[in-house]
Design a binder for this molecule. Sequence first.
Ligand code: DGP
Length: 115
Amino acid sequence: MTGKTVFDRILEGELPARVAYEDGHVLAFHDAHPQAPIHVLVIPKRKAATFAELAEREPEEVGHFFRGVAEAARSLGLLENGYRVVLNSGRDANQSVAYLHAHILAGRRLGWPPG
Ligand code: DGP
């Protein structure tokens, strides 16, 4: 595992973040550089650096992460108008923080294909 990332520090309370949702498995907080009116990041409390690393774990753990993403979206009131979930994994996808995170983007019509 690589060193501490900013998301480790947010999870540990060393760095401030605007928390949107939390349960036993995930922490969701507002992105510092929002790309949509609502832009929230969801991280698993048990660290995985990449999506591939999480996907190698027990299906139950993988499921808890995705359920946490869905619950975060629900608690943000996004079910009616919808939202996008993005997982940037690796260099070509511009993953910039080596701590797996799902982006929840919402609050406007989102373009497709993404950039
Ligand atoms: P990605 O490119 O998928 O690795 O996205 C990383 C996101 O993390 C990016 O949208 C900006 C956000 N981010 C980076 N540092 C911080 C931070 O310290 N606090 C918060 N809330 N978000 C951050």
